[in-house]
Design a protein around this ligand. Structure first.
Ligand code: BGC
Length: 744
């Protein structure tokens, strides 16, 4: 018996070694290589490929380690992937076990949450979306990939493309905001940036688009909460950025924690198989979220972990992140014929395919070179790119009487607030290996702009989220001594992000009171906000002369903000999310439906709250510049087109102010009457344009039938004949418009 086993293994070994040594990649297609490999894999080894374990990356800062038990599992071919294992040396050691000590030498794929940087921290994704600059965002993701790949990482759990219409939801910070079109453009840019031109390149990371799907529609904005949305809303709004990411070549998806109308994503066959596999014909693989398969029991859709594993694998989840359900239960299910082994084979195939595409079979250590790692991380080029996209992400919300930009020979300036000198908060959540010692604070940024003739006084004033006012007196004294006050307030870096939902969008703690106390001094207060979600700041908006939205801009936050404050960069960012006037106004989003009684300040029986205006504080797409842009001559190539035909739209944009500057020209469309109600407007195109002062440019756009289509009464994605409106302008509310008709 022993003899027989040995000879089977010897044979397998010979077949395999010839497979790896003789057959070159160009000799066989990936699929036939996978066929050969699968044919000699045991059931345990196949299930191993479907298993992702986490390294311990929290016990020792900057390090990640795996346990002896995990090492044993690698030797047995029981691990397809690790998450949270990073660093060229650490990954090399683990890969070495897989390659030298496991029977089939299948390389491990190392995944990590490279959300907005590995060591060089870029702006949080919501901030980057405010740049409306896909090239800058692609470059940011590219550099993040270069750094992370040099640290042995092959795979990033990004981009997060969840649409978020309720700012209470903490994870709004991880995505691109409320709009499916902007979200799709950003999703594409990030996938291209992470994956590069070819997954096999040394600097490419496999993208894992998440969280599939509907996670942002959690009831009440509470993280992990129930989602109950119609199939139409799911498709028209929430799925669009996922499809865009897939079209851009994304090689993997992560399913979400939430249920959708009764079925958790990790057990959702409709979503994972019918839509993803069959309709979209996706060949990438699907990863569960952390323990989301195990949580099927808690959801109350599986009686035990075995049922959970069965539901997940048959729904289409290929790899199990950390729950252990696949590792512990799949074998029994297959042996007991409760599931077919073919299902396991298919999942293993998809995972192996990704490993082949990444070139890991040819070079399992491709990213495990500690010497190279040192040269790729925190380079001057990376830091410069982080500064560039940080500047582009800043949104100027208010600038009365040209309060900004500030002059550089100012005599005395007070920099006040709990976030003014913070090094950690500007990194936001998912800062990963970003070291806060490398952060440029706003205080440092301001100081760097001023010469020896200027005095900078700093006072913290209060904490971010505490009630103590002991620091107010010092802050008021600083303010009284100064010509101008820069007040840096908002949320802590970890007040948004996963499990970062908040019931209130108002400024936390006593920060607004601090702002009021400083305002009382009569000195001009320039508010700089840091936050990972829209804030409800009506008092600030009505009273202080200037407001700069500074999000969490990463390591270069203070340098970027100072460039804007002192006019070295003319702000061009636009809000990717609506800023409500009060928390009670959320969900607040521009592309809402009309209702039969549209909200109106002066109409009692209209869709509004009695105590506040129906209008937001700052609309989607809003953002000022130090110059001014005028829109005129909105023209269409035709006032009637047939279904299937394109229509061209042109609009003149003039820089009529006193500075050169960039404008994001926005184009919206409204389908006036459909077989189902349509949003009051939807973003369809935008372009960023640089205009010298006095300069005018004609901006041209082409709309195709895809831009006019939607899921109609029969759930068919189609264009319906009828009247349409096209709007162009500087934000979703200040628009000029023209009409056209679509005929059969
Ligand atoms: C999050 C994911 C993340 C995963 C791994 C989960 O808790 O929901 O977004 O990728 O952890 O860190």
């Amino acid at each position: 018996m022993k003899q027989k086993f040995t000879s089977v293994f010897t044979l397998a070994f010979i077949v395999l070694s010839s497979f790896f040594t003789v057959i070159k990649p160009q000799d066989k297609t990936i699929e036939s290589k996978i066929d050969s490999l699968l044919s000699i894999m045991t059931l345990d080894e196949k299930i191993g490929q479907l298993t992702q374990l986490s390294a311990n990356s929290w016990e020792f800062p900057g390090k990640s380690v795996i346990s002896d038990e995990q090492k044993e599992a690698v030797k047995k071919g029981g691990v397809g992937s690790f998450l949270n294992l990073f660093g060229a040396e650490a990954t090399r050691q683990v890969q070495k076990i897989a390659i030298e000590q496991s029977r089939l030498k299948i390389p491990i794929i190392f995944g990590y949450d490279v959300i907005h940087g590995y060591k060089t921290t870029f702006p949080v994704p919501l901030a980057e979306a405010a740049s409306w600059d896909p090239e800058a965002v692609e470059k940011s993701s590219r550099i993040q990939a270069i750094e992370a790949s040099a640290a042995g990482i092959n795979w990033t759990f990004a981009p997060m493309v969840d649409i978020a219409r309720d700012a209470r939801w903490g994870r709004i910070v991880e995505g691109s905001g409320e709009d499916p079109y902007l979200g799709s453009v950003m999703a594409k840019a990030r996938v291209k940036g992470f994956q590069g031109n070819n997954l096999a390149d040394n600097t490419s990371l496999l993208a894992c688009v998440k969280h599939f799907a509907g996670y942002g529609a959690a009831e009440g904005g509470r993280d992990y909460n129930t989602v109950d949305i119609s199939e139409r809303t799911l498709r028209d709004i929430y799925l669009r950025p996922f499809k865009a990411a897939l079209d851009a070549g994304a090689g993997s998806f992560m399913c979400s924690f939430n249920e959708i109308s009764g079925v958790p994503s990790s057990a959702n066959k409709h979503l994972l198989t019918d839509i993803f596999r069959k309709e979209w014909k996706a060949d990438g693989f699907i990863l569960s979220d952390w323990n989301s398969i195990g949580e099927l029991v808690v959801h109350g859709i599986a009686a035990n972990t075995k049922e959970a594993a069965k539901l997940a694998i048959t729904a289409g989840v290929d790899m199990d992140m950390e729950s252990g359900c696949y590792k512990n239960d799949l074998k029994d299910l297959a042996v007991g014929k409760k599931i077919s082994e073919d299902v396991i084979n298919e999942s293993a195939r998809r995972i192996l395919r990704a490993k082949y595409k990444l070139g890991l079979f040819d070079n399992p250590y491709k990213n495990c070179n500690p010497e190279l790692e040192k040269t790729k991380i925190l380079t001057k080029e990376n830091i410069a790119a982080a500064l560039d996209v940080a500047k582009k992400s800043i949104v100027l919300l208010k600038n009365d009487k040209n309060t900004l930009p500030l002059i550089k020979d100012i005599k005395t300036i007070a920099v006040i607030g709990p976030l003014a000198a913070s090094k950690a908060d500007p990194l936001g959540s998912w800062e990963q290996q970003g070291d806060s010692n490398n952060t440029v604070t706003v205080l440092e940024g301001v100081k760097s702009k001023l010469g020896s003739g200027s005095k900078v006084i700093y006072s913290k004033g209060c904490e971010i989220d505490e009630t103590g006012k002991g620091g107010f007196a010092d802050a008021i004294n600083a303010a009284k001594e100064a010509d101008k006050i820069i007040l840096v307030i908002g949320e802590g870096g970890h007040m948004s992000g996963e499990a970062g939902s908040r019931s209130s969008l108002e400024l936390p703690g006593v920060q607004e009171e601090l702002a009021k106390a400083l305002y009382e001094t009569g000195k001009p207060v320039i508010a700089v906000l840091m936050n990972g979600r829209p804030l409800a700041i009506p008092w600030l908006s009505q009273n202080v002369p200037a407001i700069v939205e500074g999000w969490f801009l990463g390591h270069q936050a203070g340098a970027a903000i100072a460039d804007v404050l002192f006019g070295d960069y003319n702000p061009s960012g636009k809000l990717p999310v609506t800023f409500p006037i009060a928390t009670g106004q959320v969900p607040a989003y521009y592309n809402h439906k009309s209702t039969g009684r549209p909200g109106n300040d002066t109409v009692v029986f209209s869709s509004r709250y009695k105590d506040i205006t129906p209008n937001p504080l700052y609309p989607f797409g809003f953002g000022l510049s130090y110059t001014k842009f005028d829109y005129s001559n909105l023209t269409l190539s035709a006032n009637k087109i047939k279904i299937g035909e394109d229509i061209k739209v042109a609009v003149d944009v003039k820089n009529s102010g006193n500075y050169d500057g960039e404008e994001v020209v926005q184009l919206y469309v409204q389908d006036i009457a459909g077989s189902v109600t349509r949003p009051v407007k939807e973003l369809k195109r935008f372009k960023k344009v640089f205009l010298k002062k006095g300069e005018t440019k004609k901006m041209e756009f082409t709309l195709t039938d895809n831009d006019l289509a939607f899921y109609n009464i029969d759930m068919k994605f189609t264009v319906e004949p009828g009247m349409f409106k096209v709007f162009a302008g500087t934000n979703s509310e200040e628009l000029i418009s023209a009409d056209f008709e679509v005929t059969e």
